[in-house]
Design a protein around this ligand. Structure first.
Ligand code: GLN
Length: 491
C-alpha cells in the first residue's frame, strides 16, 4: 500500500497545496488500491478514466494559482444511490439495469464543483434498505476487518461499500446516505467516522429516493476533521429540493478544537438494552468518563418514547418507499421484462427487478397506507414520530449533546441474521431515533471488541448544530485515540 493512501483528507490537502504531491499521483495510488482490493466488492462501478481526467484538471487549477478549496483534487467514492451524469447508477438494484442519468445529483455536483475526484460508485443494500450490505443485486460487500476465525464480516449497511472504501484506504472519503442509520452503523462496523447531518442540511435532489422524510446524505471519513471538510463541500440550500433547509451553512470546523470543557452530555436511560453486548456497555461508560476527564459533565436524560422509534420507522420508511418505488414500472428506467399486457409487463418487471427485501418493504408500505389501515398505522406512526422529536427537544433543554453506542453489536459474519428480518432491523435501534427526529448524529470509532473488531460511539446533536456535534466528536476522537487499522490494510 502506498503512503499516499494513508493520508487523511486534511493532510492530503496540505500536500497538494504545497505541491509535494499532485492530485494525479494521489488518484493513481487510490485507483491501484481500488483494483487490488476488488475482492471486497466495495464498488459497483469504477470510473478511473474520469477520475484521472478530473485529477489532471485539479492539478491544472493549482498550477495556474486558482483559488481552490480543501476538497480540490481529493479522490472520493460516491454511494451508488446518487445520480451521476453519464455514469451507471444502480441503487444496488436489478431494476435500474443500464440506467445512466443525464444529470448530476446536487451532492455529487457540489463535490465536483469543490474539485473532488470521483473514483467510482460504491456498493449498497438495494435501494439503501438494509443493515449489512447483503441485499445488493451486485453481491455482498466484505468488511476489511478480518478476525481469527476468518469468517468474512459484513461492513454494515446500507452504505457498506462507501464505508469499506474509506476503511480499506481505497478512497480518502466517501459519500453515504442515512435513512435510519446507514452512514453511522457501517462507520461503526468498519472503524471510521460517519456523520448524518440534520435533515434538510444536504440536498436530496438527484438522490434515488428511499424514504423522503428521512433520507439524508453525509460524509464517511477517517477523521472528524475530514468529516467537517467534506460536509462543508456538500451542504447548502438547494432550490431544487423542497425540503432543503433555508439556513446558513456555518463553518463546520469553527469550534473543532474548542474541547468539551463545561459542556453537558446527556446519557439516555432508555438506551440500556438487554441485547447490547457487555463490551459495548463498557465502552459507553468509558466514553462518559473520557468526556468527563476533559471537563464535560454527564447527566442522565430520559427519552421515554425510544422503544417506539424502530416500529415507527418501520411504518413510515416502507410507506414512503412504496410510494417512491412506484416509478419503476419498466417504462421509464432500466429493466423491462415483457408480458402479454401492460399490467403483466409491470408485474414481470417489478417481480424480477426488485429483490426480496425491497418487495417486503413495498408490501408493508402499501398495507400501512391502504384505506382502513392508514389511520391505524401510518397516521399513528406520524403522531409517535412527533412525540419522539419532543423527547429530544426536552432533553436538549438540559444537555448539549447526547452520547449512546452506535450499534448493539460489532460486525457479524456475512449470512448471519438473514432468517428473521426483525433481528436485522434491530441493528439500527440506537441510530433510528435521531433519524425519526431529523437530528444530526455522528459515529466515532472508539475501541475494539475481544475479537479485534471496531466499535463506535454515537453522538446526537441539536437540529442544525453540527458545529457543537463535530466539536464534541473531535474531543471524543482525541480521547479514544483509535488508531487500529483493518488487517486487509496492514497486509
Ligand atoms: N437499516 C435501515 C433500513 O434497512 C436503515 C437504512 C438506511 O439508513 N438507509 O431501513
Amino acid at each position: 500500500m502506498s503512503e499516499l493512501t494513508r493520508l487523511s483528507i486534511s493532510e492530503a490537502a496540505c500536500h497538494l497545496e504545497s505541491k509535494n504531491i499532485s492530485s494525479e499521483e494521489l488518484t493513481i495510488a487510490h485507483i491501484e488500491e481500488m483494483e487490488r482490493c476488488r475482492d471486497l466488492n466495495a464498488f459497483i462501478t469504477e470510473t478511473p478514466e474520469l477520475a484521472l481526467q478530473r485529477a489532471k484538471k485539479s492539478d491544472a487549477r493549482r498550477s495556474k494559482g486558482e483559488n481552490v478549496g480543501a476538497m480540490d483534487g481529493i479522490p472520493i467514492a460516491i454511494k451508488d444511490l446518487f445520480c451521476t451524469d453519464g455514469v451507471l447508477t444502480t441503487a444496488g438494484s436489478h431494476i435500474l439495469d443500464g440506467f445512466k442519468p443525464n444529470y448530476e445529483s446536487t451532492i455529487s455536483q457540489n463535490l465536483r464543483d469543490a474539485g473532488a475526484v470521483m473514483l467510482g460508485k460504491t456498493n449498497l443494500d438495494e435501494f439503501a434498505m438494509g443493515s449489512a450490505n447483503v441485499t445488493s443485486y451486485y453481491g455482498p460487500v466484505k468488511n476489511p476487518w478480518v478476525v481469527n476465525d476468518l469468517k468474512d464480516r459484513v461492513p454494515g449497511g446500507s452504505s457498506g461499500g462507501s464505508a469499506v472504501s474509506v476503511a480499506a484506504r481505497l478512497s480518502l472519503g466517501a459519500v453515504g446516505t442515512d435513512t435510519g442509520g446507514s452512514i453511522r452503523q457501517p462507520a461503526s462496523f468498519c472503524g471510521i467516522v460517519g456523520l448524518k447531518p440534520t435533515y434538510g442540511r444536504c440536498s436530496r435532489w438527484g438522490t434515488v429516493a428511499f424514504a423522503s422524510s428521512l433520507d439524508q446524505a453525509g460524509p464517511m471519513t477517517r477523521s472528524v476533521e475530514d468529516a467537517a471538510i467534506m460536509l462543508q463541500a456538500m451542504a447548502g440550500y438547494d432550490p431544487k429540493d423542497s425540503t432543503s433547509a433555508r439556513v446558513e451553512t456555518p463553518k463546520f470546523n469553527a469550534e473543532l478544537v474548542s474541547g468539551v470543557k463545561g459542556m453537558m452530555i446527556g446519557i439516555p436511560e432508555e438506551y440500556t438494552l438487554d441485547s447490547t453486548s457487555e463490551e459495548i456497555r463498557k465502552l459507553w461508560e468509558q466514553g462518559c468518563q473520557w468526556l468527563e476527564s476533559a471537563g464535560a459533565s454527564c447527566k442522565r436524560v430520559s427519552l421515554p418514547h425510544t422503544e417506539f422509534a424502530l416500529p415507527c420507522y418501520y411504518i413510515i420508511a416502507p410507506a414512503e418507499a412504496s410510494s417512491n418505488l412506484a416509478r419503476y414500472d419498466g417504462v421509464r428506467y432500466g429493466l423491462r421484462v415483457d408480458g402479454d399486457s401492460l399490467d403483466e409487463m409491470y408485474e414481470n418487471t417489478r417481480g424480477e427487478g426488485f429483490g426480496a427485501e425491497v418487495r417486503r418493504r413495498i408490501m408493508i408500505g402499501t398495507y400501512v397506507l391502504s384505506a382502513g389501515y392508514y389511520d391505524a398505522y401510518y397516521v399513528k406512526a406520524q403522531k409517535v414520530r412527533a412525540l419522539i422529536a419532543k423527547d429530544f427537544e426536552a432533553a436538549f433543554a438540559d444537555v448539549d449533546v447526547i452520547l449512546t453506542p452506535t450499534a448493539p453489536t460489532a460486525a457479524f459474519p456475512i449470512g448471519d441474521r438473514m432468517g428473521d428480518p426483525i433481528t436485522m432491523y434491530l441493528n439500527d435501534v440506537f441510530t433510528v431515533p435521531a433519524s425519526v427526529a431529523g437530528l444530526p448524529a455522528i459515529s466515532i470509532p472508539a475501541g475494539l471488541d475481544s475479537l479485534g473488531l471496531p466499535l463506535g460511539l454515537h453522538l446526537i446533536g441539536r437540529a442544525f448544530d453540527e458545529v457543537t456535534l463535530l466539536r464534541t466528536a473531535k474531543a471524543l476522537e482525541n480521547l479514544a485515540d483509535f488508531n487500529a487499522s483493518p488487517s486487509k490494510v496492514d497486509s
